[in-house]
Unconditional design. Structure first.
Length: 206
């Protein structure tokens, strides 16, 4: 039987232990830095968090709600009817706030939007007739009208340009939207809200 010689035991020299600790620390720092960088890229180019203020989107969104917003669609102008969008109203006549607006797209480029008899009517590009827009997200009994300000500017019936969208709040009686401000150009759309993340009992996809 071979005699065990303690001198043969594997040993780690103190300087090697120090090197291992430094290497492990650097690995953690690199991982953290990459995570932070990915987070920054996500916030700048992919998604962002937006807080809802005011009641213009009730009952879909209420003041104090927090939503996550898709920014990728803005690079391709990929917007659909029904999308809830973040809008920059800076310098638009009738809007004097710094905060972005949050509204719903109801009219698309090339379409004619008519608001009459409490309804939103759409005539698609190239079509001869209007149809009443089905809006199941509206509170029961809510009708849509245009105030005098919008009537004077022709926002009760307007044909949208190739880069224009007609956007309304779900809470029609209180919302300041395309009925007063006119259509929003695509460069004013900063994102599409796709999920409510707060309050927790309201978490849902939009």
């Amino acid at each position: 039987m071979r005699r065990h010689d303690k001198s043969e035991d594997a040993e780690v020299k103190p300087e090697n232990k120090k090197q291992e600790i430094i290497t492990a620390a650097l690995d953690w720092l690199i991982a953290i830095a990459v995570g932070v960088l990915v987070g920054i890229v996500m916030v700048i180019f992919v998604v962002q968090r937006d807080n809802v203020y005011g009641d213009s989107m009730v009952p879909t969104l209420r003041s104090g709600y927090i939503v996550m917003t898709d920014k990728v669609s803005t690079y391709f102008n990929n917007f659909d009817r029904g999308d809830i969008v973040i809008l920059d109203g800076e310098d638009m006549e009738g809007y004097n706030h710094e905060e972005y607006l949050i509204k719903r797209i109801v009219g698309l480029p090339g379409e004619t939007v008519r608001i009459a008899d409490g309804h939103v009517y759409i005539r698609e590009a190239g079509a001869a007739d209007f149809y009443i827009l089905d809006e199941p997200y509206l509170p029961e009994g809510i009708e849509t009208y245009v105030m005098n300000w919008g009537l004077e500017r022709g926002y009760d019936e307007i044909t949208l340009g190739e880069n224009e969208y007609y956007c309304l709040g779900d809470n029609r009686p209180v919302s300041n939207d395309s009925r007063n401000l006119g259509p929003f150009t695509d460069d004013r759309i900063k994102g599409i809200a796709f999920i409510i993340i707060y309050p927790f009992n309201a978490i849902s996809f939009l």
